[in-house]
Design a protein around this ligand. Sequence first.
Ligand code: NAD
Length: 339
Amino acid sequence: MTKVKVGINGYGTIGKRAAFAIQHMDDMEVVGVTKTRPSYEARLAMKEGLPLYAASKENVADFEKEDIKVAGTFEDLLPKCDIIVDTTPGGVGEKYKPVYEKAGVRAIFQGGESHGVAGISFNAMANYHEAWGAQFVRVVSCNTTGLVRTLYPIDRVFGIDKCFAALVRRGADPGDKKGFALNAIEPSLKLPTHHGTDVQTIMPWLNIRTMAVVTPTTMMHVHCVTCELKKKPTENEVLSVWDSVPRIRFVSGKHGIKSSAQVMELARDLGRPRGDFMEIIIWQDGVKVEGHTLYYYQAIHQESDIVPEIVDCIRSMMKLEEDPMRSIRKTDRAMGIGK
Ligand code: NAD
């Protein structure tokens, strides 16, 4: 089978994880990754056997100074690719769009870009076919992915009249030197926050509002969600809906998992690569139904939940697999998700 040739533009937090996942698939391969600087991640890419390209000509000398031999620059990588996964920082991807357009190459943007950059926002379960054969698609952010993963199946089975989610966000990624105030909680003052609107790029019919605070942790986002449902389910019925769909995993306070730190410890105990958790985590004993109202908590591993979505998005855009569930299962099997 000829493999789809993928280039990763911006080998950082998301880029290196996307590259790792793609290298585990049998229908696609990474033909090169770009870096702006000769950081440890540049050496990591080489260790992983990934051809390394300087983001631009100006960066080449920096790599040479560090004795890192690059295979060329981004311009040399572009013609070798069927599709680019653009994992540059938020707002930078938009600047690359005309370059991808000119080269006639497909590109996947990330949640740091606006919906308009691609016009299609993606979640494998909810709208796989919208990306079918498209030139540009945006895989939504980690928070939006988390909300869509759990709300979409609930809406299909019980119908959601109204949803409110309060997002408790991590201040920075563990490897992020930007960081956040060590001892502060910062509310997002522009209300309602953009997260609800972002969910509507995939589920436009959903009546959802969100608020958010940023907290001094690097370990996951936690969402507190309430939904007014059209039908009146039992808690067990809600749990069995989530149990029947992929990329959702239950944990339980009764079994000692009471915080995001313990969820991350579980990921490490399970031997997950990088200690990542690509599933959305729901506290089974934190699910409550009162009449038509559903309450639940979920935790999102910000650095990794979108990674399997990127893989499925490639399959849809490159027309590799028509059935979303087959693509999802194939990705999850290869990544050890659900074990
Ligand atoms: P990052 O800063 O960790 O990585 C970005 C990479 O792009 C770095 O290697 C950087 O050197 C490189 N880069 C910077 N400018 C570049 C340029 N002009 N050309 C080529 N490469 C360049 O960022 P990230 O956290 O991986 O985020 C990437 C995208 O994914 C953003 O849109 C972000 O919003 C989104 N996202 C991030 C997270 C997260 O939690 N980290 C979660 C979901 C989505």
